[in-house]
Design a protein around this ligand. Sequence first.
Ligand SMILES: Cc1cc2nc3c(=O)[nH]c(=O)nc-3n(C[C@H](O)[C@H](O)[C@H](O)COP(=O)(O)OP(=O)(O)OC[C@H]3O[C@@H](n4cnc5c(N)ncnc54)[C@H](O)[C@@H]3O)c2cc1C
Length: 470
Amino acid sequence: MITEEIKNKLRAIVGSEYVLDSEIDRFGYSYDSSFVQFSESNQPDVIVRPANTKEVSAVMSLASSMGIPVTARGTSSGRTGGSIPVSGGIALSLTRMDKIIEFDERNMMVTVGPGMRTMELYNHCAEKGLFYPPDPASWKYSTIGGNIAENAGGMRAVKYGVTNNYVMGLEVVLADGSVIRTGGKAIKNVTGYNLTQLFVGSEGTLGIVTEIVLRLIPMPAARNTMQLMFPDIEQACGTIHAMLQSGLVPAAAELMDHTSIQAVARHRSLNIDPAIGACVIIEIDGEDDAALQKQASGIEETARRFSAIEVRTAANQAESDDIWSIRRGLSSAVGAMAPNRFGEDISVPRDAFPDMVRRIRDISEKYSLTIAVYGHAGDGNLHPSVLCDMSNPEHAGKVHTAIGEIFDAALQVGGTLSGEHGIGITKRSYTEKALGTAGIEAHKAIKAALDPKGILNPGKIWEQPVKEGN
Ligand SMILES: Cc1cc2nc3c(=O)[nH]c(=O)nc-3n(C[C@H](O)[C@H](O)[C@H](O)COP(=O)(O)OP(=O)(O)OC[C@H]3O[C@@H](n4cnc5c(N)ncnc54)[C@H](O)[C@@H]3O)c2cc1C
């Protein structure tokens, strides 16, 4: 319970207008972009919106002294309930800390506040000829802080990797309010443990990230998009596998199955031949048009060997944007297909990708459930989406069993529960299967060392929430 006295102390730290506690505000901060239903017990007692590290530190120091849970929040585009304050307490919104702190062109590094939007950062760097590659499909609204906390991936991960590949250093406010700096601009750095990478992907459970140093790379001079259509998903998977084996590594290779393509067709009133069983969208980049042409020919030749029905290379930027908009609009299109959608985020070794797709198909048939499959096929990260109607008792009884079997299958082929969305609360019950008892104990020991009172985002990854009802 947060008393009026505590709220007054919070107001004194960040200013009255940045402490919110009305019913509507508490409701607004009780959800994210996962499929977790609203619950009274998911609401924060108060929302606090600090402007700088000093304020974050003072808020944490107060929370620590009173044992108040604190859940960090970017723009709540998270898919696993990470920013839902399941233990009540303070929802700590970092969106006011959204500035570029330093743009260091000589070292090709940028230092940013956690609340900056991913696409805004990309655009800022691009204007200066530098490239920040991680591009989650949510980049228009996700924040860099949220990307760090979830180790976000994106379309270009095939060639350029994910968020952690670009994080050089962090400023982090610990649970007791103390401030540490990890890593920095030195490219080689083995002074002490690699705390930077420990905080990346820690889902707000170990510290509040208040400043981020990111490395940048030169912007590729030329870029183009290809769209490949196949009669079946097997040929699409075969093409991606053969392409990567031959050394043709595109920046992105996104796969959509028949259900996903038809979802986009319906959503955007496109006339897509129902005979098309799978679509692969590829981004190629390089130093000039000749390099692109060479890659495009190699990809086309591979796709034709796997019976591609159509190979289209964008003739200009507008066509490129048009092809990409299909992929970027996919999540909403799939979501619009059924009253309920459970979108998952498994990741498997690249060579297990076709096997995993087959296993999902089998699960779909076994439970007579529609499961749309799409994802970042080039790096083995799949988003199977179970489409259902939870008001139908027949569906409600089997959806979670089917999802459990998808996770089991991912682990059996050497994969994992999450490639980029994290665990949050939606996958909490499967964590032990993936990490093992000793693995969970190691996590608990790290958590206890950095957050001995357990106030940082309690109830996530493997923990049960402090509040009843979750
Ligand atoms: C349509 C759609 C498409 C998406 N596509 C992708 C995709 O392609 N790739 C991908 O990786 N993800 C994707 N996501 C998921 C989501 O956008 C990412 O997880 C993103 O990184 C979350 O950022 P956020 O600012 O919204 O964080 P939030 O959802 O607000 O928070 C996420 C987690 O980060 C913690 N957190 C936030 N800020 C901080 C901070 N400063 N310090 C410590 N912890 C913090 C929160 O406590 C929470 O645990 C998608 C989501 C949607 C809705």
